[in-house]
Design a binder for this molecule. Structure first.
Ligand code: GAR
Length: 195
């Protein structure tokens, strides 16, 4: 199985859906570390309760590249082979991204390339869009850029608020991310076998 490290900053519901997927015997990946820039992230306690190794360090007061070297060392120390950002709310240094070239996935709550950055649901409603969704993409040094590997769509309904829309999209995130990660992990394993 491919060794995955998950990076979170908060609630960690996407991380929990990734952990749930590893319970299937044929899941091509395992989660070997959950790492956070926020020692108080609720998701850390959840991962810990599931027996997953956790790592946390407060990024405040540190330079981005300096902090990223710490988290990189934690991931490498756990022999992580692929990184999944799951509500990791910090921009990554280009050094970090280059060091994991093509091996970092992120989930973003919009139909990329629309609405990079924050407040995606409010912006989609404001724009009068008829649908919204979420995207899993390969991380490049630019924010919410990089090739999209999977997307899921939901309708925007009359009367939707950013909160009601976020809830509808989040349900899809929880389905989409484990499936996209499994596909990418299986691809990596297959490419190794044929190498
Ligand atoms: C998710 O909706 C995720 O798509 C979003 O933050 C939420 C984290 O929730 N990520 C971003 O906005 C990244 N730019 P979670 O901690 O419960 O998974």
């Amino acid at each position: 199985k491919l060794r995955v490290g998950v990076m979170i900053s908060g609630r960690g519901s996407n991380m929990a859906s990734i952990l749930a997927a590893t319970e299937a015997p044929d899941c091509p990946f395992e989660v070997v570390l959950v790492a956070s820039n926020n020692p108080d992230a609720a998701g850390l306690a959840f991962a810990d309760s599931k027996g997953i190794a956790i790592w946390a360090h407060d990024h405040r007061g540190m330079k981005r590249a300096e902090f990223d070297r710490l988290i990189d060392a934690a991931l490498r120390g756990a022999n992580v082979e692929m990184v999944a950002l799951a509500g990791y709310m910090r921009l990554l240094s280009s050094e970090f991204v280059d060091g994991w070239k093509g091996r970092i996935l992120n989930i973003h709550p919009s139909l990329l390339p629309k609405y990079k950055g924050l407040d995606t649901h409010a912006r989609a409603i404001e724009a009068g869009d008829s649908e919204a969704g979420c995207s899993v993409h390969v991380v490049t040094p630019e924010l919410d850029d990089g090739p999209v590997v999977a997307q899921a769509r939901v309708p925007i309904l009359p009367g939707d608020t950013p909160e009601t829309l976020a809830e509808r999209v989040l349900k899809e995130e929880h389905r989409l991310y484990p499936a996209a990660l499994a596909k990418c992990a299986a691809d990596v394993i297959r490419s190794r076998k044929s190498a």
